[in-house]
Design a protein around this ligand. Structure first.
Ligand code: NAD
Ligand code: DAU
Length: 332
């Protein structure tokens, strides 16, 4: 299969490309990525020389960039490209609407013209917060942050292209991912690298919010399954069933790094902070998927990776990210 992967220099996209090239020797990948602050070509250094892999720098919002990628004649498109950080969407929502909504529209139109399968990488956040139970794929979309609203809008556009034009498209809505190559603004790599640097971890509010932690390789396996076997027009939730509060998460990370509770710094809460995300993954599980990593083994592997790859995250934390971080938290 010839796969056009967008946003492949980010966290999940780069793990997905590595996964596909490893699992499917006959596959080829073209990675279209704008290289925003979150896109890092070093995430794919180990596959760069693989003759089955190509990179094109480009923006999914720009028609010419997208058309150029389609001249490579992909069989399918997997769209990871997005602005992804909730806190950034609160301070600058426009960039989110541009890439996550207009960029998706651009890809949908060209995919339809080319007659290829389209996979939209979405998120459990489109359903909003749930205090008890879990959302199914039929639950209404009630996004609460500008990020979630832009992702929900994209999902609705995908739905409309399936219904109106008969596009062969599927949507994957995953829970919180963690693992190697995650940009250290997201909570797990932020906490791990802060502790490795001898800093504290900034916990929002009381740390009562609940997330369901999915190891990135498990998510990649689910996406790959839906890409190849998902029913056209189908939506697939992917959750690990490993929910915990942020305080429990912080404690698990502290324990692995041999640190005490004094390293937790409570900071003001995120505005509109969703209390709990939870999705029912029965549909993808009935196709034979289940997570292979429990949270303990996934977190151990993640901490090991950040310990052994200071050369990857230290330049990020001392560069542009440092400005952003100091503005948010001061010198925590
Ligand atoms: P990320 O922020 O690490 O990477 C995003 C990538 O997209 C970067 O490489 C960036 O350069 C690229 N990009 C941004 N704007 C672009 C544009 N206009 N044109 C081309 N490329 C562009 O993101 P991630 O955490 O790997 O998330 C990937 C996808 O998965 C997103 O769609 C996100 O909404 C979704 N998702 C993420 C999680 C999670 O926990 N990280 C969970 C569920 C769903
Ligand atoms: O649920 C899937 C989503 O998970 C993805 O769609 C998003 O792209 C991804 O960013 C992530 O969103 P979250 O807001 O859940 O992730 P984040 O890592 O930003 O925060 C996780 C939890 O930790 C959340 O409840 C807020 C809290 N937190 C976060 C940061 C950055 C803190 O307590 N302190 C922090 O410094």
């Amino acid at each position: 299969m010839r796969l056009l992967v967008t946003g492949g220099c980010g966290f999940i996209g780069s793990n997905f490309i590595r996964y596909v090239l490893g699992e499917h020797p006959e596959d080829e990948v073209l990675n279209l990525d704008k290289l925003t602050y979150a896109g890092n070509p070093l995430n794919l250094r180990d596959v760069e020389k693989d003759p089955r892999y190509q990179f094109q720098r480009g923006d999914i919002c720009e028609e010419e960039d997208v058309r150029k990628a389609f001249r490579w004649k992909p069989d399918a498109v997997v769209n990871f490209a997005a602005e992804t950080h909730v806190d950034r969407s609160i301070s600058d929502p426009e960039a989110f609407v541009r890439t996550d909504v207009l960029g998706t529209l651009r890809l949908l139109r060209v995919s339809l013209e080319a007659g290829v399968r389209y996979v939209q990488i979405s998120t459990d956040e489109v359903y909003g917060s749930i205090e008890e139970g879990s959302f199914t794929e039929e639950s209404p979309l009630r996004p609460n942050s500008p990020y979630a609203a832009s992702k929900a809008s994209a999902d609705l556009l995908v739905r409309s292209f399936v219904r109106t034009y008969g596009l062969d498209a599927v949507i994957v809505r995953s829970s919180n991912n963690y693992g190697p190559y995650q940009y250290p603004e997201k909570v797990i790599p932020l906490f791990v690298t802060n502790l490795l640097e001898g800093r504290k971890v900034p916990l929002y509010g009381e740390g009562r919010n609940v997330r369901d932690w999915l190891y990135v390789e498990d998510n990649c396996r689910a996406i790959d399954l839906v890409l190849r076997r998902g029913e056209s027009g189908g939506v697939y939730n992917v959750g690990a069933g490993q929910e915990m509060t942020n305080l429990e998460l912080a404690r698990a990370i502290l324990a692995l790094l041999g640190k005490g509770e004094e390293c937790i710094q409570h900071v003001p809460d995120r505005p509109g902070h969703d209390l709990r995300y939870s999705v029912d993954s029965t549909r993808v599980r009935s196709m034979g998927w289940e997570p292979r990593y429990d949270f303990r083994s996934g977190l151990r592997e993640t901490v090991r990776w950040y310990r052994e790859n200071e050369g990857w995250w230290k330049p990020i934390k001392s560069g542009e990210f440092r400005e952003y971080y100091l503005k948010r938290y001061g010198d925590v």
